[in-house]
Design a protein around this ligand. Structure first.
Ligand SMILES: [Zn+2]
Ligand SMILES: [Zn+2]
Length: 144
């Protein structure tokens, strides 16, 4: 899917254009994403060069390795972006909820599954890869 998607925040002040790097969404259940989005953060990966944004964006440095952006007017979550050096530097995870029909994609990866609250779950867990916090860190954390 090398097709640009157009989305906007709740109030419409921020407009965003991005090209998904793949054809699916990822879901994160970590503590930070849960606080940020009120449940799970669902997003698609986009190449940095494909992302165009207009409007009042605020950026919050949420950890030593990433930042999170939101609309300064309505607070809608816009993206999570890796700021740490390395292979994934600059990679965007764009909030799927900003796009009609979540960009037409389905979740195929669910991370921090061991941090998911017991009271809810996505249907069809067999249809996607699920990774625990330890597995995520093993797979993605920069090696010394
Ligand atoms: Zn807004
Ligand atoms: Zn997360």
């Amino acid at each position: 899917m090398a097709q640009s998607l157009f989305g906007k925040c709740l109030c419409g002040a921020v407009e965003i254009k991005a090209t998904p790097a793949g054809e699916s969404l990822s879901v994160c259940h970590c503590d930070m994403c849960r606080a940020w989005s009120s449940s799970m953060f669902m997003a698609f990966e986009a190449d940095a060069g494909s992302v165009e944004v207009a409007g009042p964006v605020k950026v919050f440095t949420s950890s030593e390795w990433a930042e999170r952006a939101f609309c300064a007017t309505c607070g809608s979550a816009l993206w999570y972006r890796i700021t740490a050096p390395g292979l994934m530097h600059g990679q965007y995870q764009i909030a799927a909820g900003l796009f009609d029909n979540a960009g037409g994609m389905a979740p195929r990866l669910e991370v921090y599954i061991d941090k998911k609250p017991a009271g809810y779950a996505l249907e069809g867990g067999d249809a996607r890869r699920q990774m625990t916090e330890a597995e995520v860190i093993e797979a993605f954390a920069p090696k010394e």
